[in-house]
Structure formats: structure tokens, C-alpha cells
Design a protein around this ligand. Structure first.
Ligand SMILES: [Zn+2]
Length: 319
């Protein structure tokens, strides 16, 4: 086991060394890719899981303080890779007669592992566990996590409760920085796609033919699927996929009217993706609505249980 939920703090450095360890242990099926660099010079990492020609993208850690989803995506990557490897390694043994104890259970396990094996041959899952590493580190350690003196000085002047830090290292909300129909400037110097993290994700969007994009946030145990800017056919397909995700996670579907809060400036990751590619893009909010920041580590295991089979379900939809 590489990803350990019992670690008190899961730092950016832990996430990087675990990503490298996963790519090393499961080299047939996991590839470590750097997709960009944050403003405080941290690598933004993506794990490519699978060998298929169809791409599904999972992203987490857009907002600094949402510290549960990054480690959960790491654990999911490990889980699927392990099932894949177990299937390859154990395959011949299932044919032996000596294997009769709990035979039914063993066949079930084998069929499940075979499905994952096939899933990862059909699809490649692009896992970006932490799009905003600077913001994540600020929420864990405060402004001292930032190494650039200029950025650190700027942060210290802000007088902010850093445990609730949503933004990147320059104080920009990445999820309001994507160029799309709903984007509005939030100040005289504000422009869309100004941030390294935004550019890194946009580049991934354009580099791969992605069939479905899920962006994981916290809080609310709910699913945002409706897009004001898109037509009815698009939204019907969104609803269909959102219902399948609801079936797995037991999260609620958000009312279409709540897609953008009143007075919100838009510019979300999913807006950009929907408008540019006309493919499903859904925001999943994990963790209880009333949870406070910093989020309790006990949410790691419960969120993992809720999300673990989402990928399996999507694979069955023939996206
Ligand atoms: Zn968020």
C-alpha cells in the first residue's frame, strides 16, 4: 500500500513522492506526467492510468482548502492499478481445481478485476490530483509555505485565515479564471486564463480527446450538472450522467437554478470544457455541507468509499 490515509498531514511533497512511487510500482499502467508549474514553482502533476484510446479526466485540488479530494484521487488510482495487476498476476490460478474455497466469491472478484482490466484497456484516466499545489500548501501551513519572497509578502498583507484559503499562490480563484461565456473581470487587472494552473488544465483539455471531465470540490455532497450556457440536448446528457454518479455516491443533484450563484462571476473549469468540447463536464462536491475547514481527516476514508466506483460506472456508459 502506497497511499496511507492515517498520515496526519498529506503535504505536496508526500503527494509527489507517492505519485512517483505509484508510477514505479505499476509501470505497465501508470505514467507520471508534469503538466505545468505553479507560480511558486511547484510541479503540477498528472497520472495517466490505463492504456486505452478514450480519455476521461478527473481533477481535484482546484481550491487550496479542499484537502480531502487530492489524497482520495491518489487512493483511487492505486486501487484501480492494483486490481489491474492482481488480475494479470492471479489469472492462471483461477483455473486450478484446488481453488474451491469460497469459489463463488473468488469468481466474483475475478470478474470485477477483469472488468477493471478491460476498462483500463479501453480508457486512459487522466488523474490530476492537485491542480493548485501552492494554495493547498498555504491552507496547510500558512503563507510560510510560499518560497518566493514577493508572493509571500503579498500574502502576509492580506490578513486572512489561511486554513480557509481557496486561492492559488497569487490570491486568484482558479475556478473563476477560465475563459467562458460567464466569465467577468473581478478587478481592473483581471483577465481570464491569467494563472499558470488555469493554463495547465486548458492545455490538457486541448491535448487529449476527453470524453468526460469530472472536477472534484468540497463541500456539500452534491452534483452540479446543469449549464446555463448550453442547449437542452447537452443538459439532458449531463443529467443522465449526473444520475449515474448519484446512484454510486448517494450525493444529491443540485437544482438547475443553483448552477451559478446570484452575483457569481463564472469562469469555472467545467464551463470552459462544456463550451469548447460539448462533452460532459460535472462538478462533484464531496464532504458534508456543514464541515468546517480544515477538513477532518476522517473524510478521506468515507469520501473514498463514496467515489471509488464512479470511474467503474462511467466505464460502463461507453462514453
Ligand atoms: Zn472548490
Amino acid at each position: 500500500m502506497i497511499i496511507d490515509f492515517s498520515q496526519e498531514i498529506y503535504s505536496y511533497e508526500d503527494l509527489i513522492s507517492d505519485s512517483k512511487a505509484l508510477a514505479k510500482q505499476y509501470k505497465q499502467i501508470i505514467q507520471y506526467v508534469t503538466i505545468g508549474e505553479s507560480h511558486d514553482n511547484r510541479d503540477i502533476v498528472m497520472l495517466r492510468l490505463g492504456t486505452g484510446k478514450r480519455y476521461i479526466l478527473f481533477c481535484a485540488g482546484v481550491h487550496g482548502r479542499e484537502t480531502i479530494n487530492p489524497i482520495v484521487l491518489m487512493k483511487m488510482t492505486e486501487y484501480y492499478a492494483k486490481q489491474y495487476e492482481d488480475y494479470i498476476n492471479k489469472k492462471p490460478r483461477y483455473n486450478q481445481r484446488t481453488f474451491s474455497k469460497n469459489l463463488e466469491q473468488q469468481y466474483e472478484n475475478m470478474i470485477f478485476a477483469k472488468c477493471i482490466y478491460e476498462l483500463l484497456h479501453t480508457y486512459t484516466i487522466l488523474m490530476i490530483p492537485l491542480l493548485n499545489p501552492d494554495g493547498y500548501m498555504i491552507s496547510l501551513y500558512g503563507p510560510k509555505a510560499i518560497r518566493s519572497p514577493a508572493l509571500q509578502k503579498k500574502l502576509k498583507n492580506l490578513k486572512y485565515n489561511y486554513k480557509e484559503w481557496k486561492y492559488n499562490g497569487r490570491g486568484v480563484d482558479i475556478n473563476r479564471n477560465f475563459p467562458c461565456r460567464s466569465w467577468k473581470p473581478k478587478g481592473p487587472y483581471d483577465y481570464a486564463a491569467s494563472e499558470n494552473e488555469t493554463k495547465a488544465l486548458i492545455q490538457v483539455f486541448h491535448q487529449y480527446k476527453i470524453r468526460c471531465f469530472l472536477d472534484f470540490h468540497s463541500r456539500g455532497k452534491s452534483i452540479y450538472y446543469y449549464r446555463n450556457s448550453m442547449n437542452r440536448d447537452y443538459n439532458e446528457n449531463q443529467l443522465y450522467i449526473a444520475k449515474r454518479i448519484k446512484h454510486i455516491t448517494k450525493y444529491e443533484l443540485n437544482n438547475a437554478a443553483n448552477e451559478i450563484d446570484y452575483g457569481d462571476s463564472g469562469g469555472n473549469t467545467v464551463h470552459y470544457f462544456s463550451e469548447h468540447f460539448y462533452k460532459p463536464a460535472i462538478t462533484i462536491e464531496t464532504v458534508d455541507e456543514n464541515a468546517s475547514f480544515p477538513l477532518n481527516n476522517s473524510y478521506r476514508a468515507s469520501t473514498y468509499d463514496e467515489l471509488k466506483l464512479v470511474l467503474f460506472e462511467l466505464g460502463g456508459l461507453s462514453l
